[in-house]
Design a protein around this ligand. Sequence first.
Ligand SMILES: Nc1ncnc2c1ncn2[C@@H]1O[C@H](COP(=O)(O)OP(=O)(O)OP(=O)(O)O)[C@@H](O)[C@H]1O
Ligand SMILES: [Mg+2]
Length: 158
Amino acid sequence: MRILLYTGKGGVGKTSVAAATALRCADLGYRTVVVSTDAAHSLADSFDIKIGNEPLEIAPRLKGQEIDILHQMERYWGTVQNWLSTVLAWRGIDELIADETSILPGMDELASLLQIVYLYDSNAYDVIIVDCAPTGETLRFLSLPEVAKWYLSHIFPV
Ligand SMILES: Nc1ncnc2c1ncn2[C@@H]1O[C@H](COP(=O)(O)OP(=O)(O)OP(=O)(O)O)[C@@H](O)[C@H]1O
Ligand SMILES: [Mg+2]
């Protein structure tokens, strides 16, 4: 099983190459899913079809998915977020601001990583192709586990 990441500067051809590679992998007989983690999705444009938040069949053995951060957050983070915003609201912070504050920095990156883990664990694919956002955002995305570890180990003891 392979996970292929396509990243690079804005507009260099990540999405086009990710889409072409996905088609080629499916043609070669691999069960393939191509996932866009760039909030400004354009994977659907490359295939000239509509792709949603759940993996959708594009061709035989090929599925595509454009990760919807808000949907993923609700799915994976909803319970914690509700709890956090209730605590903040209880501390006297306006409910709307409490709602916004409870979305911690890095949560969108985490939502994308969790979705890739979910696809990997499903054992339904031989190849997962990730059409990433431009380099800067992707470096944050890939370094999130390290950064989160640092925060947790420093904040939790306190
Ligand atoms: N090999 C290529 N030769 C010429 N033009 C290309 C090539 N690959 C992609 N393009 C064109 O370059 C433009 C940007 O391509 P694409 O959207 O794949 O890049 P991207 O890196 O995903 O961009 P973004 O950073 O905005 O996500 C598109 O108009 C695409 O058709
Ligand atoms: Mg792109």
